[in-house]
Design a protein around this ligand. Structure first.
Ligand SMILES: [Zn+2]
Length: 479
């Protein structure tokens, strides 16, 4: 069994062979903290959260860094509009991002560097680029000479001459060549600034990631990730800066890019006004349904966020927990079985194979729901025949779910906790529901079916679904 990763650099799936055996160094571009994070950020964060978890699950010692870009034009502009300092604005949105990640069940990376805490390294890398002839100072600015880096364009497949033809010259910039990009910018009064050999200034965006990656992980790393939109120019520039500054390559062995999220079949954009913030998505849906939705497609494919698809995922999550609850209620003996003995590695093979094939979570979720269907079929058959066949299958299913939840980051709750959370989320006082259920059962006992039915309907109007199970009446909240 070998783990294969689709490498954006070579455009093919390759066996994952880290620089140091057994170790994996990953860097993922984090948010520019000037606004609330949207569902596109959630997709990247959840995709790499699963990759992080799975590499650990497969026994790698993983060091994972995800940064905060906390000095940037967008932050400065927004801070000026609001009349607050850049620091204050950035800290507000770092806090908001951390809250969103916690709500989505995204594990904290090993390192969470901030660009503003990496200035020394940024200056060091910039100095090294000037010293090696790849960059030049002009006024208070420093630019990277794109044409000096012979392999420029190798990640995005872009051709330098075509880029040159398409670029425009900004008269305010002191560049030698329109292709060149800023490593360091002289600060205007009131902007965040640091002392440098080129005067008071601040870093450009691209150099921040190169420097943070070097400082926290090293000059060469195994995996670098981010959204597809970052491939050019951001990641292309990172390669040029890092490889030119250190002379070591490849800077990154495997480049990984996650696909976009569309909203109701439209591209998410400011101009369409359809940007969906993570916290708004979580007002409408449970975090588990959002994660399931994000992981039900391969991380590289585009996905379409629709009210309908989220509702389906919410129902799927409920179906999962209902099945677990049902196994516990109807087949309590399953819990007594030692999973590790019954479920040998072969039982998990299809799941491991799918994950080893470029982290195919969609396939794993497909297998998982086929197991759910099978488990219910076994329990239905036992109910009608009165004979319990399938103890091993059910114990395997439970073990399988437990195993998959370790890296999917979903389906790890106890069903009773899931249903309790769901009720709390719906904001319905549980005592009131319980009281009505007792009344209804009394009415049924007294053969007052009209009254019993009225109570059932009354609860249904409030979004409560009753189910009469062998052990009594259970209730769930409509998804
Ligand atoms: Zn970056």
């Amino acid at each position: 069994m070998t783990l294969k990763i689709y490498n954006s650099l070579t455009r093919k799936k390759e066996e994952f062979i880290p620089n140091k055996p057994g170790e994996a160094l990953i860097y993922v571009c984090g948010p520019t903290v000037y606004a609330l994070s949207h569902i596109g950020h959630a997709r990247s964060a959840v995709a790499f959260d699963v990759i992080y978890k799975y590499l650990k699950y497969r026994g790698f010692r993983v060091t994972y860094a995800r940064n905060y870009t906390d000095v940037d034009d967008k932050i400065i502009n927004r801070a000026n509009e609001e009349g607050v300092s850049s620091d204050e604005l950035a800290l507000r949105y770092i806090k908001a991002f951390d809250e969103d990640m916690a709500a989505l069940g995204v594990e904290l990376p090993t390192h969470r560097p901030k660009a503003t805490e990496t200035i020394e390294k940024i200056i060091e890398v910039t100095k090294s680029l000037i010293g090696r002839g790849f960059a030049y100072a002009a006024g208070g600015d420093v630019f990277f000479s794109v044409r000096k880096f012979g392999e420029y364009g190798k990640l995005s497949g872009k051709n330098i001459d075509e880029l040159e033809a398409g670029s425009r010259v900004d008269v305010n910039e002191a560049k030698n060549d329109p292709l060149d990009f800023a490593l360091w910018k002289a600060s205007k009064p009131g902007e965040p600034q640091w002392a440098s050999p080129w005067g008071q200034g601040r870093p450009g965006w691209h150099i921040e990631c190169s420097a943070m990656c070097m400082q926290w992980l090293g000059d060469t790393i195994d995996i670098h990730g981010g959204g597809k939109d970052l491939m050019f120019p951001h990641h292309e520039n990172e390669i040029a800066q890092s490889e030119a500054a250190t002379g070591r390559h490849p800077y990154v062995k495997y480049w990984m890019h996650n696909g976009f999220v569309n909203i109701e079949k439209e591209k998410m954009s400011k101009s369409l006004g359809n940007i969906l913030n993570i916290r708004d998505a979580l007002k409408e849906n449970s975090a588990e349904a959002v994660r399931l939705f994000l992981l039900s497609s391969h991380y590289r494919s585009p996905i379409d966020y629709t009210t309908e698809s989220l509702r389906e995922n919410e129902a799927a999550v409920e179906r999962f927990y209902k099945t677990i609850q049902r196994i516990g209620d109807e087949w309590p003996e399953v819990k007594g079985i030692d999973y590790c003995v019954q479920c040998n590695e072969d039982g998990f093979k299809p799941m491991i194979d799918a994950m080893d094939d470029d982290f195919n979570t969609a396939e794993v979720i497909g297998i998982l729901f086929r197991e759910i269907t099978k488990a219910n079929r076994i329990m239905d058959a036992a109910k009608s025949s009165g004979k319990k066949d399938g103890l091993i299958e059910l114990s395997h299913a439970l073990a399988f779910f437990q195993e998959a939840s370790k890296f999917l980051g979903i389906f790890a709750k106890r069903p009773e906790d899931y249903f309790a959370e769901k009720r709390a989320h719906a904001g319905i006082p549980a005592e009131e529901v319980e009281k009505l259920i007792i009344e209804r059962n009394a009415a049924r006992k007294a053969k007052d079916f009209k009254k019993a039915d009225e109570i059932r309907k009354e609860l249904l109007e409030k979004g409560i679904i009753l189910e009469d199970m062998p052990k009594g009446t259970v209730w769930t909240v409509k998804g």
